[in-house]
Design a binder for this molecule. Structure first.
Ligand SMILES: Cc1cc2nc3c(=O)[nH]c(=O)nc-3n(C[C@H](O)[C@H](O)[C@H](O)COP(=O)(O)OP(=O)(O)OC[C@H]3O[C@@H](n4cnc5c(N)ncnc54)[C@H](O)[C@@H]3O)c2cc1C
Length: 379
């Protein structure tokens, strides 16, 4: 392998969905880009990939909701562009989703979702259990009512990662398997980094896209891991996939892939390990089979756990710090696939020397500054 160049226009830390998207977009804009990644498992290898801006809205006033809508509406164009740049289909499809009540306790929550959607002018009609079963005959008798969200969909995160890697390669991005030990600053500005073998690399711009682990390099955005356990069921010759749309209850989501697999997710745990527990498998399967009984005949083909990078306010950190010029692409949390178009837009703004378009303050990496004790790791 050729030696690592001592200087790049852009050095990206992390080769997950957000690091690769940042690398690809800046390289397409003409920059020489180096990506360094320590090879830990990526959240995108595990994610369901829902592009579902409506069914997770809890508060219509929260700036996250506007970001989710922006991300979802830009996904079709991103999928097309990525396919053209890589010859890999990222698997974006508007399959539609049903947000349903499968237990009496769910009814209030799904009705509340409908109220919140009304306030943002997204009127979702309430459907009875019978009407829902006409759309999805696989839904069980316990499903009492719910909403159809026809414009929700999904991308396939593993295919998206493959597409981004291929697009990066074609755009001349260099990707190396190395851990970054520290950022380097000159006169208060980030001017490069040091790898764990002591190699110093200079860069005009450093993009921190190290997922929940960003804090080991810079603590201005308090990121933490939120573990998600998720199962994959596969069809069998005598047990085809019983659903076509994404089905969600307040306790579980079911995401059917075009090849017949169904993802059953996901737990949300404030821990940082990737262990798949018997309890989580039991809970997920119990909720899944209660909602769509026919899933019980499918094969359990995979069980995984991943770590979502979460900030205290649930919003990502996107854009350049006014403090020291460090560019952030982190904090995708439960929406890191959906928000990918915003990551590309932020990287393009970075490459063009422009500010992040729209909602700059809400997503700024400097927004936690007041709460932060001073001194980050640097050499
Ligand atoms: C179970 C589950 C389900 C999900 N479902 C959805 C969904 O339906 N829809 C949706 O939009 N999102 C979903 N997500 C969220 C989405 O997957 C994440 O937000 C997104 O993948 C995060 O990508 P990332 O590139 O920021 O981080 P990561 O994937 O964590 O990548 C960061 C990379 O940086 C590397 N790194 C860290 N420190 C260093 C260092 N010092 N030096 C070098 N490299 C380093 C890490 O090893 C890693 O490879 C889900 C996530 C999970 C876990």
């Amino acid at each position: 392998m050729a030696a690592t160049p001592p200087h790049s226009d852009v050095a990206v830390i992390g080769a997950g969905l957000w690091g690769l998207a940042s690398a690809w977009a800046t390289a397409e804009a003409g920059a020489r880009v180096l990506v360094l990644d320590d090879g830990e498992e990526l959240a995108g290898q595990v994610a369901a990939g829902m592009v579902a801006p409506w069914s997770e809205v809890e508060d219509d006033e929260h700036p996250l909701h506007a970001a989710l809508r922006d991300g979802a509406s830009a996904w079709p164009a991103l999928a097309e562009r990525l396919r053209a740049a890589s010859d890999v289909d990222p698997g974006f499809r508007r399959t539609g989703s049903l947000a349903v009540a499968a237990r009496p306790a769910h009814l209030g929550q799904v009705r509340r979702l409908r109220e919140v959607l009304r306030r943002v002018d997204h009127d979702a009609t309430w459907l009875t259990g019978t009407a829902l079963r006409e759309r999805e005959p696989g839904l069980g008798p316990s499903v009492a009512g719910g909403l159809e969200l026809a414009d929700e969909g999904q991308a396939d995160p593993r295919r998206t990662l493959a597409a981004l890697r291929a697009a990066c390669e074609r755009a001349g991005v260099r990707i190396e398997h190395r851990r970054v030990a520290a950022l380097r600053r000159t006169g208060g500005t980030v001017t490069g980094l040091v790898t764990d073998d002591g190699t110093r690399i200079d860069a005009e711009r450093v993009v921190l896209a190290a997922g929940w682990a960003c804090g080991a390099l810079d603590d201005r955005v308090p990121l933490r891991p939120v573990k998600g356990q998720i199962l994959t069921l596969g069809p069998r010759p005598d047990a085809p996939t019983p659903i076509r749309r994404i089905i969600r209850t307040p306790d579980v989501y079911l995401v059917p892939r075009p090849d017949g697999r169904v993802l059953v997710g996901a737990t949300s745990e404030e821990v940082g390990d990737r262990v798949v527990t018997a309890e989580a498998v039991h809970l997920l399967l119990d909720e899944a089979l209660h909602t769509v009984p026919g899933l019980g005949a499918l094969e359990l083909v995979e069980q995984r756990a991943g770590l979502r990078p979460a900030t205290p306010d649930g919003l990502p950190a996107l854009g350049v710090s006014a403090d020291d010029g460090l560019a952030w692409a982190a904090g995708g949390y439960r929406h890191g696939v959906l928000l990918l178009p915003l990551v590309v837009a932020a990287a393009e703004a970075l490459a063009g020397g422009r500010a992040l378009p729209g909602r700059r303050d809400a997503l700024s990496p400097d927004r936690f500054a007041a709460a932060r004790p001073k001194a980050a790791s640097c050499v």
